[in-house]
Design a protein. Structure first.
Length: 506
């Protein structure tokens, strides 16, 4: 017997974005089915939330009356309501400049460190999501809402105007689905781009990086490594490792995200031109070779062991991807499917939340109306602008990562954009009848112009033979340029790279 579903919207991909948008579509009265070729729980990265992601998630949970999701928007409420769901405490962002062959030595003026607070205390803090727990929880919410969820099924899709037809088989039972609208939440798998033959614009992206990653047990907390080096911890706005920890390296950078269960998500994001012979080395051999170049990191991982995924250390090809367009007359890609840049600055969850909010809002307001195609075209433009901006911010950060005195002011572009978005949202609220604002102020021409100008000035500073004057000049140029977006005291020499008060809490 064939199983058939006739729905308004089919969502393909049951990661956090796909499950969330299925729940929201159900709340606005559209019939929906959620499809996935895999099953839960499963390993995934893209784990670090931010104030933007949490603000949007909170607003969505309240606006669409999904109280089960509300506790996930802050560390304190998460731990009080869902202690069984593993997360990690994230008070902000921390950066450490590592030099090959040298132990890390924290300097008295903190000129090789940067800590930026994203919350004022633990209760209001952001979180690292253990995605195997959180994604499975969201799928259970989908099922509890009565939304059909079909997993472990490979589907074939055919666009038959004005509907979609999908077919597959699960446990030898034929399945068919007809849907008026299709949403691709498959991320890297790019379900719809392959079916529709969308344009691959990856080659036009500035950033070029790959990754090597896993989950570990037995990683010595970075704070303990600093204690062993007699660091001046009194100046820190938070414990340095209850954060998205970044180690800037010659080859790229390393992330460390600590979960409350003793597991740490760790990975190297490696610039494309700085490969350590991946074709000749196994992932484990490459990992060990990278650690050996940085003595303090090697000490930190002396007792560490891989616990996930089952296949062990995972090595990727180029991380960047870009498909256009990201929406059509009866379909749309969530941002993570439309493109990806790099995990630097943790943009993934925040951009996903912003894209889900924008897409649900326009479907709520324009479903079945002649205005829908125009609104979807606006969605496409916004997603493209966000990806362009993230690419420019990340590429510039890679360019100056070897020169921490330039990296610090350049990173202020991201923090200025993020805190401005968050402050405006808190002060003015969000009108669901209007288009949702773009992530990181990406729809503002003035900010885009500032980023373009400062990228040029960064190149001048990198090329200057007079390092200190060029660095001082670039710091002043950034401070002046971001002044209209600097509401939280960024580019302040007097704090010595220890930013205590950038938090924008509700």
């Amino acid at each position: 017997m064939r199983e058939h579903h006739a729905v308004d919207v089919a969502v393909v991909g049951a990661g956090c974005g796909g499950s969330l948008i299925a729940l929201l579509l159900n709340r606005i009265g559209l019939s929906v089915v959620l499809l996935d070729r895999g099953s839960h729980p499963r390993f995934a990265i893209g784990e670090s939330s931010t104030p933007t992601a949490d603000l949007v998630l909170r607003d969505l949970a309240q606006r669409y009356e999904l109280p089960a999701l509300l506790p996930l928007s802050q560390y304190g409420t998460w731990k009080a309501n869902y202690p069984q769901l593993t997360c990690g405490l994230k008070r902000g962002f921390s950066y450490f400049h590592q030099c090959p062959g040298q132990p890390f030595r924290p300097l008295s003026d903190h000129s090789n460190e940067l800590l930026v607070a994203a919350s004022s205390d633990d209760r209001h803090a952001d979180t690292h999501w253990l995605r195997s727990d959180v994604d499975a929880f969201l799928v259970r919410q989908v099922q509890a809402a009565g939304i059909p969820y079909i997993d472990q099924t490979e589907f074939i899709a055919e666009q038959c105007q004005p509907t979609w037809k999908l077919s597959g088989s699960r446990e030898n039972i034929p399945l068919s689905i007809t849907a008026k609208f299709l949403i691709d939440a498959t991320g890297e798998a790019a379900f719809l781009p392959h079916i529709l033959g969308l344009t691959n614009k990856t080659s036009r992206m500035r950033t070029n990086s790959r990754a090597l990653f896993a989950h570990f047990e037995g990683v010595t907390p970075w704070q303990e490594m600093l204690v062993a080096q007699n660091a001046d911890l009194d100046a820190y706005p938070f414990r340095s490792d209850i954060a998205a920890v970044h180690h800037l390296l010659q080859e790229g950078w390393m992330w460390q995200l600590r979960f409350d269960n003793g597991v740490t998500s760790v990975g190297f994001a490696l610039e494309g031109g700085c490969q350590a012979g991946p074709a000749k080395l196994s992932p484990t051999a490459e990992w060990n070779a990278l650690l050996e170049r940085y003595p303090t990191l090697a000490d930190q991982f002396a007792d560490a062991r891989v616990v996930a995924p089952e296949r062990g250390l995972t090595r990727t090809g180029r991380l960047q991807r870009r498909w256009e367009p990201s929406a059509g007359e009866n379909w749309a890609l969530l941002p993570h499917t439309a493109g990806f840049v790099d995990p630097l600055y943790s943009p993934g969850l925040a951009q996903t939340m912003c894209g889900v909010e924008r897409l649900v809002g326009l479907l709520e307001q324009h479903w079945g109306r002649e205005s829908l195609p125009e609104r979807l075209a606006g969605y496409q433009r916004t997603v493209a602008a966000e990806l362009d901006l993230i690419d420019r911010l990340v590429h510039g950060s890679y360019r100056c990562r070897h020169h921490f005195d330039l990296f610090v002011p350049y990173s202020m572009l991201y923090f200025a954009a993020a805190t401005t978005y968050e402050q405006r949202r808190l002060e003015h609220g969000f009108d669901p009848g209007k288009a949702a604002p773009a992530f990181l102020c990406a729809d503002e021409a003035d900010f885009q112009a500032i980023v373009g100008e400062l990228q040029q000035r960064l190149e001048h500073a990198l090329a200057s033979p007079d390092r200190r004057p060029a660095s001082d000049r670039f710091f002043a140029e950034v401070a002046e340029a971001i002044a209209p977006y600097n509401h939280v005291g960024l580019c302040d020499r007097t704090v010595h790279n220890m930013y205590h008060h950038t938090a924008v809490n509700p």
